[in-house]
Design a protein around this ligand. Sequence first.
Ligand code: NAD
Length: 368
Amino acid sequence: MRLKIAVLAGDGIGPEVTREATNILRAVAELGGHDFTFSEALIGGVAITAAGTPLPTATLDTALDSDAVLLGAVGDNKFNALTPDKRPEAGLLQIRQALGGYANLRPSVAYAALAGSSPLRPEVTKDVDILFVRELLGGLYFGSPREWNKQTNEAINTMRYTRDEVVRVARVAFELASKRRKKVTSVDKANVLEVSQLWRATVTEVAKDYPEVTLEHQLVDSMAMHIMNIPRNFDVVLTENLFGDILSDEAGVITGSLGMLPSATIGGAVNLYEPVHGSAPDIAGQGKANPLGAILTAAMVLRHSAGLEQDARAVEQAVHKVLEAGYRTADIARGDANTQLVSTQEMGKQVHQALAESIDRRQAMHAV
Ligand code: NAD
């Protein structure tokens, strides 16, 4: 398997967690005999410092010439005085737009070993494994007209979707559900919004092509409650842009730390993979960052860009294993006697070791 990966580590803790994620990808390549190549490029504040712009042309070229883009995080307080279009975060918006991915995948998984880290009761989070599929290029964030008219004191944003935009993201949700627990929950506000009525009718139509997958519809307001009350009822949750933004952040609470959350954006020219967290300037350069969100993002690269499902699962299981063994970065540590506080690098090393053992075991079984 050959894979060209563009590595855009960015600012703050971005380089620290991305180093651990690429180490895991290198290990998978080495252990499985795959040919992964890594090209590093600048984005965000480091790119402004070096090239005067948050997304230099050379970075975009590197990204477009790759099979997958792995991004760390962007954001640096020293650029706060710049206008939003010149700040590090503009680089992120520009690359997302240039790559054109329309389906944002955000898993929310409850790790048994971290049951006490979430504000939700362990019996509520037990066995939760939700995959959000959020439409990323349409809806209120992009619809026009949009305006704040300061003369009339009136502002407008437009929620707009075409049938084709709904079909393509719904297909992603059903395809993924057919490989999981075979359930799609589509979220809308069809009792009030025409856009949601189009959304519901279209998703219902797409579902006919996937008879093995159960479809249910939920209104966004009641869904916000169900996610907190009965999260284990959900498998794949399909949403439009704004609802997905809000609900996937809400469901992030299940995991217990922002540092645990991976994401992937697929469907465009090149898939974009990034942990959900930002550059965390408050802990940057101190070895305190949790690299597991970035490592789980690497697992998504293996699943969605390399087709290496077994290896993706092996990485996810290695994460479970190190958590069960008691290793914790500061954000998920609760000072229990049986847990061990480790640095970013040590956490990466532990996952690497657990992964190598599991791949060795698999290879030994195949050799028998
Ligand atoms: P943040 O995600 O960087 O940090 C929020 C809090 O969570 C902080 O206390 C931080 O220490 C903690 N945290 C985040 N990731 C962690 C990890 N891996 N391990 C341990 N703790 C972690 O959000 P913020 O503080 O609002 O923003 C900081 C900068 O990052 C800003 O410039 C913002 O614009 C940018 N940002 C970038 C992205 C991105 O690159 N995708 C996303 C969000 C924010």
